[in-house]
Structure formats: structure tokens, C-alpha cells
Design a protein around this ligand. Sequence first.
Ligand SMILES: O=P(O)(O)OC[C@H]1O[C@H](OP(=O)(O)OP(=O)(O)O)[C@H](O)[C@@H]1O
Ligand SMILES: Nc1ncnc2[nH]cnc12
Ligand SMILES: [Mg+2]
Length: 193
Amino acid sequence: MSGPTSVEDTKALLKATLRQFEDFPAKGILFEDILPIFKKPHVFQGLIDAIKHQVETNFSTPESKPDVVVGLDARGFLFGPTLALQLGAAFVPVRKKGKVPGPTVEAEFVKEYGKDVFVMQADAIEPGQKVIIVDDIIATGGSAKAAGQLVNMLGGKILEYVFILELDFLHGRDQLDAPVYTLLSGQPEKLGS
Ligand SMILES: O=P(O)(O)OC[C@H]1O[C@H](OP(=O)(O)OP(=O)(O)O)[C@H](O)[C@@H]1O
Ligand SMILES: Nc1ncnc2[nH]cnc12
Ligand SMILES: [Mg+2]
């Protein structure tokens, strides 16, 4: 079949493309592997088209259109820049500590299997710019919350958070200060359940 794929078809394709690995990177974690998406151009294209459609539907006027897509180091970098180009928006990376020169802002966070520090260049976002924050997965929400804190520190206005997959039993979205859009949700609460 050729031509554009519907959002429902894209969700089914994404679900069929993700892989799970038990006990990675730590015992008890069921790891959701998104990398196979990028081996299949039609699945990657469907992902971008579905998110673009959602953003353009919800923020359709020139006044509401996003100025910036913020992507989270590292897996948010795999599709954030492509999405930004498609939306006619800038791309700004949130990086892990130790990689970014010049004046920066920082936020510490705890995630499903560890803790880290996110950093953004202090001139990356202008006050009042409208921002969409993207990442592959929301688990506890610690990473996305920290990214949101950085955007807020620079005076950006967060329109929404976008994820490919939500591990909904961890209720990560409850930590976030703007609407959340995810294409897929769900995961068994415990390995083997
Ligand atoms: O909702 P949370 O509990 O914060 O977890 C979600 C985050 O964890 C993973 O990143 P990770 O830093 O592990 O790896 P990456 O560098 O490959 O993106 C994932 O890509 C999300 O960014
Ligand atoms: N279970 C999981 N699989 C992949 N990435 C993750 N990031 C946080 N939890 C994750
Ligand atoms: Mg990540």
C-alpha cells in the first residue's frame, strides 16, 4: 500500500515495531526499544505526520503556532529536528550535563532507572516563545518535568508535551504543567504480569 498513512494505522504500525527487552538497563525494568522505528522509513514518516497533524490541529492559528521544538537528549534527538522542520519551528536540544558550552541553565531529575542533570543554553529560547517538548517515552515524568523547568526558566511558554509512548501506570503526566499527547500508552506493571 502506498500514500499517506492514517493516524490509527500509524499507531498500529508503531506498536508492531517497538520491541521490549526484560531487565534492561536494570533488573525489573521492561525496556521499550524505539530504535526499530528508524529502520523503516514509512513508520518514521507516519510518526512525523501523526504528530504534525495533531500539532497543526491544536495550534492552528498564526498566534498559537509553536516557535520551538525542544528535544530531550538522546532519544528526543532522533525525531525532534525532523518534526521541527516539518512544523517550520526552531529545534533546541536539552542535553545531559557536561556537553554544553557557554552560559546555561540546569535542572536535576530522577527517572525510572536513575538520576541525571539536564542543561540548556541560556539564550536557546526567547521569553514568550511557544514551545513543544518532545521525547520518545514518558515513564515517571522526571525527565520531561526537568526539561519543562528549563523552558520556564528562560521564559518560554509550553504549549504541550509530546511522546511516542507513555508508561501510564507510572502516572508521569501528573508531574507536567501543560497538556500531554502520546501516540501509544500502556505496559504491563511488572515483568511477567
Ligand atoms: O519519564 P522518565 O522516568 O524520566 O524516563 C523517560 C526518559 O528515560 C529515557 O531516557 P534515558 O536518559 O534513559 O536515555 P537516552 O539518553 O537514550 O534518551 C527516555 O528516553 C526518556 O527520556
Ligand atoms: N521502560 C523504559 N523503556 C525505555 N526507556 C525508558 N525510559 C524510562 N523508562 C523506560
Ligand atoms: Mg531519553
